[in-house]
Write a protein that binds this ligand. Structure first.
Ligand SMILES: Nc1ncnc2c1ncn2[C@@H]1O[C@H](COP(=O)(O)OP(=O)(O)OP(=O)(O)O)[C@@H](O)[C@H]1O
Ligand SMILES: [Mg+2]
Length: 278
């Protein structure tokens, strides 16, 4: 009698309803993005200096640091949004799954489909809720099962229950917190690998902020999330890894979030997180 095949272990990730195999669970934590000696200048001004770090897959990585230390600049290197800034010069490497996104044959538009972005101020298009979520799919020429896709994205963004009866309403009539979740739905509708979030909750009230935080933790079951925040408690609450940038665009420390907040190696980092400066 032959041995039965080893059964595939399947688990259901809470909240997302996603079915995972043992392989994909092992995949969590593997490096998905790596910057190597990444430097950025805007004209004569250096905004990032030799930043090297590895971002783990399907976890939340927080980037913290005082204003002007290069957090947004770093985020914008990852999906080449800095290409849109004339004075920006990027040096070094930014690898996505081992491929430098600055290689000549990389199409930045395709890259931005793989790496979605959510900004500080919710920026829905002046269109219906439905059309906002469907937007990226339509651009990609995806038209089948549109209702289902829109619903799934809104469910994942924890907005479906609030808007399911008013999908044709203008997105601009939603509250700020709802608009931000709509922007998250729009970003994930095209099924990116990575979600970049630049202070996504800083313009929101505490209740909306808490919803976004819960959502980010759920999204990290499936996506790699990199979030810039000025809110230390938020970084401590929701992230697995924390990168601390300090003045001059230097990455001073990058470690497990717990280590950064409980036992930082650098005195400057300790001073920053305990509020002595910044
Ligand atoms: N488009 C730009 N043109 C010129 N200089 C820029 C531009 N964007 C950013 N800079 C400069 O680069 C440095 C880093 O800016 P960046 O926006 O990355 O900082 P940040 O850490 O995100 O700050 P904040 O917390 O205030 O958002 C700053 O000195 C800023 O003035
Ligand atoms: Mg910024």
């Amino acid at each position: 009698m032959s041995e039965p095949d080893t059964p595939k272990i399947e688990t259901t990730v809470q909240g997302t309803g996603t079915s995972e195999t043992a392989d994909s669970i092992a995949d969590r934590g593997r490096t998905v993005i790596e910057s190597r000696n990444l430097s950025v200048h805007y004209g004569d001004e250096q905004a990032l200096q030799d930043v090297s770090m590895k971002v783990p897959r399907r976890q939340v990585t927080a980037i913290i640091g005082p204003s002007g230390c290069g957090k947004s600049t770093f985020l914008r290197c990852i999906n080449r949004m800095n290409d849109l800034v004339d004075s920006a010069v990027v040096e070094g490497e930014l690898l996505l799954e081992g491929t430098n996104v600055y290689d000549d044959d990389i199409d930045p538009v395709a890259l931005r489909r793989q790496i979605g972005m959510v900004f500080q101020h919710p920026n829905p298009f002046p269109k219906s809720i439905y059309d906002n979520v469907a937007y990226g799919l339509r651009i990609q020429g995806i038209t089948d099962k549109m209702d289902e896709r829109v619903q799934t994205a809104l469910e994942r963004a924890a907005l479906w229950d609030e808007v399911k009866d008013q999908l044709q309403k203008s997105a601009l009539d939603l509250s700020g917190g709802q608009q931000q979740r709509l922007c998250i739905a729009r970003a994930i509708a095209v099924d990116p690998d990575v979600l970049l979030m630049d202070e996504p909750a800083s313009a929101l009230d505490p209740i909306a902020t808490s919803k976004i935080e819960d959502l980010i933790e759920e999204l990290a079951e499936e996506y790699t999330v990199i979030i810039v925040t000025h809110n230390m408690q938020q970084a401590a609450r929701i992230s697995d890894k924390t990168a601390v940038f300090l003045t001059g665009g230097n990455l001073v420390e990058f470690d497990d979030t717990e280590s950064i907040f409980e036992n930082p190696e650098s005195e400057r980092v300790e001073d920053y997180i305990t509020g002595k400066f910044g």
